[in-house]
Design a protein around this ligand. Sequence first.
Ligand code: RI2
Length: 320
Amino acid sequence: MLLNETAEQIRSMEIRGAGRIARKAAAALRDHAAGLETPDTASFARSMKEAADLLVATRPTAVSLPNAVQTVMRSFEGAGSVAEAKAAVKTAADSFILSSRHAVEWIGEIGSRHISDGDVILTHCNSEAALSCILAAHGEGKAIEVFATEVRPRNQGLLTIRALNDAGIQTNFIVDSAVRSYINEVDLVITGADAITVNGAVVNKIGTSQIALAAHEARTPMLVAAETYKFAPRTILGERIAIEEREAGEVLDPRIAAGLPHVRVRNPAFDVTPASYVDLIVTEVGAIPPAMAYCIIRDYLGWGIGEFHKEFSIDQMTKE
Ligand code: RI2
């Protein structure tokens, strides 16, 4: 698929979900690289950088996107020819896509061990990783029931209830504001994540933090299902996760809004759940307490403090 087309589909949320966005971006870079006709590696790198910047700018919150792009972009550093660079990009993108799919499966295997026969689970939004845990538990023959939220304003809950229904899982569909009314009937909350910061805070679909708060008060455990590439390396350098604010028309019909000049619609797509409200983060390399986020960043994203020093000195050098 063409690069601009993929970028537009991510922006418009035709392609959505943090994992899916990452895989599509990797594939778009791979296909873009294959079609490039550049005379040398420097112009290849420049064109790839433009493509990478375009993709990363589409949605600012899910760090799976820059992490996937970074994986592909690092692959051709030091390539001796354009052909070598293209081959490296293809290998890196294909292996990212494959390992991402495996990660979602492994998360399901590990997450399902935290689900007991007879459990009632609440999930929010439409997360492949969270659904993988629920579907794996169901596949193991555990009798589970799910509460799934509507997820205003984009209604991703509809995707979730369809997947649950198709699997034959007993599901209750509720509006977002009904969570507290049912939380005492719930044994476990499982959500996905768009980003996890170095202090273990979880950035996920708007409404997640309210659910976590209700779960915390009700002593209902909260599991977050997230691949290692959802962890945000640059938060160790103090960078904040940008919360995407989408257009007002998603929340209020512009024709109604036009008659309400004193009303401003706010439409943040994500919120932040503090680590203290999260019991476990289920990754493909194991279930970890949120306090171990730094270890995931260091061990699996190749971003250590040494790299910070390197980047810092490069910044300094370019200033001098
Ligand atoms: P997976 C989604 O964002 C939701 O917030 C979901 O929890 C998260 O991505 C992770 O999804 P959006 O694209 O990667 O719907 O687990 O805004 O599928």
